[in-house]
Design a protein around this ligand. Structure first.
Ligand SMILES: CC(C)(COP(=O)(O)OP(=O)(O)OC[C@H]1O[C@@H](n2cnc3c(N)ncnc32)[C@H](O)[C@@H]1OP(=O)(O)O)[C@@H](O)C(=O)NCCC(=O)NCCS
Length: 165
């Protein structure tokens, strides 16, 4: 499997329709683009329809301005039986100064599904370098942490929907 089949790069110009009330790019606009990139990277890798199962904590380190060119670098870090971890790094570029800033990195879990929406087996990841092994091992560790976090969150959950008005 070539590197091209594990990676996908998408650049999008930040236009005024993506702005929030302060004139910078709305977080929701970036989240939508992030999901589209993760979808494309995962579907291209496994050649199947995929759904988003999870998005790890997204932290916006810096604001993105209207007029900047945002580039999403995505890569398949890990493949299980039907799931994939897609890592996405976001760089914003000022087109006049060419200055680039790393604004966000996050990890999606995408799951390949069949026509009935059921998870389906996908090809295992062919690890071709030491760097890819490091990415794979880190993703395995995150998968474990995600599971632990889900269990902890269940214990912390407070259900107010049954409360009388
Ligand atoms: C994701 C989905 C297909 C999983 O179906 P499921 O019957 O729970 O599947 P399983 O428990 O057999 O898990 C299948 C794989 O998904 C992974 N997975 C399931 N839920 C997950 C979650 N919340 N986070 C991370 N991974 C998850 C499992 O680890 C497993 O991975 P593996 O096959 O590589 O070992 C199902 O929950 C779904 O359709 N969710 C809605 C997706 C969606 O609509 N997304 C858009 C949001 S609006």
């Amino acid at each position: 499997m070539s590197k091209q089949e594990k990676t996908l790069i998408m650049s999008v110009l930040m236009t005024p329709d993506m702005a929030n009330f302060s004139g910078n790019v709305h977080g929701g606009s970036l989240l939508k683009l992030l999901d589209q990139v993760a979808y494309s990277c995962a579907a291209k890798y496994c050649r199947q329809y995929v759904v988003t199962a999870n998005l790890d904590q997204v932290s916006f380190k810096d604001k993105v301005k209207v007029g900047e060119l945002v580039t999403f670098y995505s890569r398949i870090n890990y493949v299980g039986r039907s799931s994939m971890e897609v890592g996405v790094k976001v760089m914003a570029e000022d087109l006049r100064s060419h200055e680039k800033r790393h604004t966000t990195s996050c990890y999606f879990t995408m799951v390949a599904v069949d026509d009935n929406g059921k998870p389906m087996m996908i090809p295992p990841l062919n690890i071709e370098s030491e760097a890819e092994q490091l990415l794979f091992s880190a993703a395995q560790e995150r998968k474990k942490m995600r599971y632990e976090m889900t269990e902890k969150n269940k214990a912390l959950h407070v259900d107010l929907t049954q409360e009388k008005e």
